[in-house]
Design a protein around this ligand. Structure first.
Ligand code: C5P
Length: 303
């Protein structure tokens, strides 16, 4: 068998997403709390005659298999850094929903950085991998680390956040995705040109995470992009409301959407909520996941 490296990488939810005004760079200053959750993509890297990507698993439709895929760009960055040619096959086994606000594409990029570093025995220092991740996209550095973290700047400048215990989430996803860039543009339109509030994460929310206090966290979930996501897809508002009526401790849009995230009191409430949300017919797919979990990690190597 020829050499291959497999890396597993989780999805994420932003339990808080504060968005400041659009900066000169076109990006928005963020104050966000990321939490990784145990829905995983697996990336396997092996030798090939040219750089190529194939996609399998639960979600495949619409995933680019050329240089538009961040995983492709990640492989080229690592190859350049360690003087290798980038003739590898990147196999992406997807369980993280696509264009959903759960950072699936960013997760695959982070996993490819880790996989290529291991495949070529490059030993790239962590700070350099972090810098490469930031170059690829705002969410990519968090997907390298996982856990729970405060993200500022574009969301790429991270500090770890203490948490206790496990948080149980229910995610409702939709067959049609939303474009992150369009949702940010929409929030700018909705706010107008004179908006200038700096984003900040409430200290009560950090306290709820540290104590492992799910009811308090549920009350404090917040996403500044939510109004724009609901304006783009009105049924999201109905789904968020339905989850609360069915017993969720809190609900919000994950990232730029359209995934709706519901915080449950415990695992059995989460399982009940999955069944109840499915029965409403308001959402396309529903699943349960927990967080925080660790970020991109090598899970197997064959030589
Ligand atoms: O960094 P990334 O490529 O993932 O961002 C995708 C798009 O989301 C950007 O092109 C930008 O329109 C928007 N964005 C933003 N401010 C951020 C992060 C993303 O405006 N902090």
């Amino acid at each position: 068998m020829s050499k291959s490296v497999t890396v597993r990488v989780p999805g994420k939810v932003n339990v808080y997403l504060g968005v400041g005004p659009r900066e000169f760079s076109g990006y928005h200053e963020l104050a966000t709390i990321f939490q990784s959750v145990n829905v995983y993509d697996e990336i396997t890297v092996s030798q090939a005659s040219e750089l190529k990507i194939s996609v399998s698993g639960r979600y495949t439709e619409g995933v680019p298999t050329d240089s538009r895929n961040l995983a492709w760009q990640a492989a080229e960055l690592v190859a350049r850094a360690c003087g290798e040619d980038s003739n590898i096959h990147i196999e992406i086994d997807k369980s993280i929903p696509i264009a959903a606000g759960m950072a699936g594409g960013s997760a695959d990029a982070a996993a490819t950085l880790v996989a290529c570093d291991a495949f070529w025995n490059a030993g790239i220092p962590r700070e350099q991998l972090d810098a490469m991740a930031g170059q690829l996209g705002s969410d990519v550095p968090f997907m390298l680390h996982g856990g729970c973290a405060l993200g500022v700047g574009r969301g790429d400048v991270l500090s770890p956040v203490m948490t206790r215990g496990v948080f149980h989430w229910v995610f409702a996803t939709f067959d049609d995705g939303l474009s992150t860039a369009q949702i940010y543009a929409k929030i700018d339109d909705m706010r107008g040109l004179d908006f200038e509030l700096d984003p900040a994460v409430p200290t009560e929310l950090l306290g709820a995470l540290t104590r492992g206090d799910a009811p308090a966290l549920g009350r404090l979930l917040h996403n500044d992009l939510q109004a724009a996501a609901i304006a783009a897809k009105s049924k999201l508002g109905d789904a968020l409301e339905a989850g609360l009526e069915l017993g969720a401790l809190g609900s919000l849009i994950s990232g730029s959407g359209p995934t709706c995230a519901f915080l449950a009191r415990d695992e059995s409430s989460a399982i009940d909520l999955v069944v109840a949300l499915k029965a409403t017919g308001l959402v396309d797919h529903v699943f349960h996941a927990h967080g925080p979990v660790h970020g991109a990690r090598v899970i197997s190597t064959s030589r």
